[in-house]
Design a binder for this molecule. Structure first.
Ligand code: NDP
Length: 263
């Protein structure tokens, strides 16, 4: 039996155990997936090996620390410095990022996306912005504080804090902040969010399982929007394929995971 886990703080809200365990039981894979509440991100590697995990996912706020903990980082994660999936490969910690492609899967139905505003500048914002730029999409980043914006400037994004922000037209606005996750906050002051939503065709939130104040306002303005559930599904399918070393068909993984979204 292989053991997998999700590390995060908070982590009780995570649907990942339900999603992965459903795949393991339906597709007869000898695996079990649990939650680990980790407050100190610097302990990630030690806890991973103490628990004898075969693989793990990493959520807020440890994804950048997960990158640093890895012995080797592969694929898109290497480009953005953010890891959400860990694999134990013969005692070496290998890091991947499945968030970005998971999000592209989620917004497939949003057409003609050329300009995106990303709210937040954490791990998820890094992964998504890097992926959007690969598709030649113009990316603006708006964050509460300035310290994390340098990375995005170097990547080629237009960057703003709440004080320097000037609204333009967007095709899509994505909330990647954790505002609204444990509280009822908007990702920026109300006047900014109002003007942003008045100038976009679509809105999306990385948070899932609740109607955040951001999505609530988007709905009130009749903007086509979606929460992070499809992104969660997309990143989960890709992570599960890594956990099971590509021995299961992607579509079978997807169908088993999707089932848990009805619970
Ligand atoms: P990080 O901790 O790396 O970054 C958080 C960002 O949010 C920072 O830019 C921070 O700003 C900003 N922020 C935090 N609180 C507030 C607030 N009250 N108001 C405005 N800005 C705030 O987090 P992650 O990028 O790992 O995750 C972000 C969110 O995305 C989480 O809610 C997570 O659950 C969700 N997520 C969902 C996924 C899915 O599959 N649906 C996948 C990945 C993430 P500052 O720099 O000023 O501190």
């Amino acid at each position: 039996m292989k053991l997998f886990a999700i590390f995060g703080d908070p982590v009780t809200h995570s649907r990942s155990p339900l999603m992965h365990n459903n795949v393991f039981s339906h597709l007869n894979y000898k695996g079990c997936y649990t939650r680990v509440h980790l407050t100190d991100g610097s302990k990630l590697k030690q806890v991973f090996f103490d628990l004898k995990l075969s693989g793990a996912n990493v959520t807020v706020p440890h994804k950048e620390e997960a990158y640093n903990a890895c012995d080797e980082v592969r694929g898109f994660a290497k480009k953005v410095g953010v890891v959400n999936t860990l694999i134990n490969e013969n005692g070496r910690l290998i890091g991947y990022n499945t968030d970005a492609d998971g999000f592209m899967f989620a917004i497939e139905e949003f057409k003609k996306i050329k300009n995106i505003l990303v709210l937040g500048a954490g791990g998820t914002a890094k992964a998504l912005s890097g992926r959007f730029l690969e598709d030649n999409i113009n990316v603006s980043v708006l964050n509460r504080s300035e310290k994390r914006l340098q990375y995005f400037l170097e990547l080629g994004c237009s960057c703003y804090t709440w004080d320097t922000f000037e609204v333009t037209n967007y095709d899509l606005v994505v909330n990647t902040t954790s505002a609204g996750l444990k509280d009822e906050e908007l990702p920026a002051p109300t006047d900014i969010i109002e003007s942003v939503l008045d100038n976009t065709r679509y809105a999306a939130d990385a948070i899932y399982g609740k109607l955040t104040p951001f999505l609530q306002l988007a709905k009130e303005k009749n903007i086509t929007c979606k929460d992070g559930a499809d992104m969660l599904l997309g990143q989960g399918v890709l992570a599960n394929a890594l956990f099971t070393n590509n021995t299961l068909a992607l579509n079978d993984i997807k169908l088993s995971m999707q089932e848990t979204f009805q619970f």
